[in-house]
Design a protein around this ligand. Structure first.
Ligand SMILES: Nc1ncnc2c1ncn2[C@@H]1O[C@H](COP(=O)(O)OP(=O)(O)O)[C@@H](O)[C@H]1O
Ligand SMILES: [Mg+2]
Length: 229
């Protein structure tokens, strides 16, 4: 694993349920993600894509195998360590998960709160990122006054404002029409290339596969390297 490797997964297994109800949802996953790479993961519903994303993101504990993120081994990692790892990752989910009682700027700025930025600088960074996602004229709007595509762009700004080395996106365009979906993905790709961060994105959206440097395919808990787009 050299410094260009952001994620390194070896022989990862995962199970849900205990005793007789135990079922394997991930089987012998191996994957390496390099800095700046955009990887798209497809595959049927229930195949284990979200489970893998949450494991990489330190949102659940690794049960078997090795999962290294940004040089940290997550197998056997303490809760404190997982929290620390999460700070270096940007998350984008299908639904934007914005806080309704905060403005666009406040939602984005929140992502910087764990990073001990002085308020003034955090505010400036949040505003700059909202400009970057073309929401410079919506900075003080509440989520309820934004369209679906605009809310998802706020979520992207929030995920990228702390300049993470890794962004995990779980069906980020699922709730959007095709034009907004395209815009959102183009923006993610552009900002990622500018910041040199890697993106792992789950999507069923065939129209956006071209942003990927590489696509991978999950079926029944197994990961396949896809040969043809
Ligand atoms: N918290 C959970 N407890 C038990 N089973 C779960 C849990 N989360 C997901 N599963 C099961 O694990 C499998 C994979 O789910 P998931 O990772 O969400 O798939 P995908 O994102 O590809 O649709 C499914 O069979 C799902 O029902
Ligand atoms: Mg899922």
């Amino acid at each position: 694993m050299n410094e260009k490797t952001i994620v390194h997964i070896k022989n990862l297994n995962h199970y849900f349920g205990g005793k007789s109800l135990r079922s394997q949802v991930l089987s012998d996953i191996n994957l390496e993600i390099k800095a700046g790479e955009v990887i798209i993961m497809t595959g049927p519903s229930g195949s284990g894509k979200s489970t893998l994303l949450t494991l990489i993101g330190g949102l659940r504990s690794v049960q078997e195998g090795s999962l290294k993120v940004l040089g940290w081994e997550l197998y056997g990692a303490s809760d404190e360590k997982l929290v620390q790892v999460r700070r270096h990752i940007g998350f984008i989910f299908q639904s934007h998960n914005l806080l309704e009682f905060l403005t666009a700027r406040q939602n984005v700025q929140m992502a910087l709160e764990l990073h001990n930025e002085p308020d003034r600088i955090a505010k400036a960074k949040a505003e700059a990122m909202l400009h970057a996602v073309k929401l410079g004229n919506r900075i003080n709007y509440y989520p309820s006054d934004l369209s679906g595509g605009q809310k998802q762009r706020v979520a992207i700004a929030r995920a990228l404002v702390s300049q993470p080395k890794l962004v995990l996106a779980d069906e980020p365009t699922a709730a959007l029409d095709s034009k907004s979906g395209r815009d959102v993905v183009d923006l993610m790709q552009q900002l990622a290339k500018e910041q040199g961060c890697a993106i792992l994105m789950v999507t069923h959206d065939n129209r956006i596969l071209d942003v990927a440097d590489r696509t991978i395919y999950m079926e029944d808990g197994k990961l396949f390297k896809e040969v043809v787009l």
